[in-house]
Design a protein around this ligand. Sequence first.
Ligand SMILES: [Zn+2]
Length: 71
Amino acid sequence: MAVRNSSGDVPDWRIRTCSDCGGEREHEVTVRFRTDATREAIQPQNEVFARQPYRLLECLYCGASRSERVV
Ligand SMILES: [Zn+2]
């Protein structure tokens, strides 16, 4: 959907510090919901977290991905 151009016109919100390659990189940012997970995969202690949306961040430089909570 998003058109990515290589001319350096990258919105700020896509630039994150990547803990894997250690630099400020452009990331693919996707918002998802934990409820996508199967019920069995959700531990009781994660019950609250399970209902929260989270961002999936994928470093476009090294390919590392991680998630963070949306507050
Ligand atoms: Zn990276």
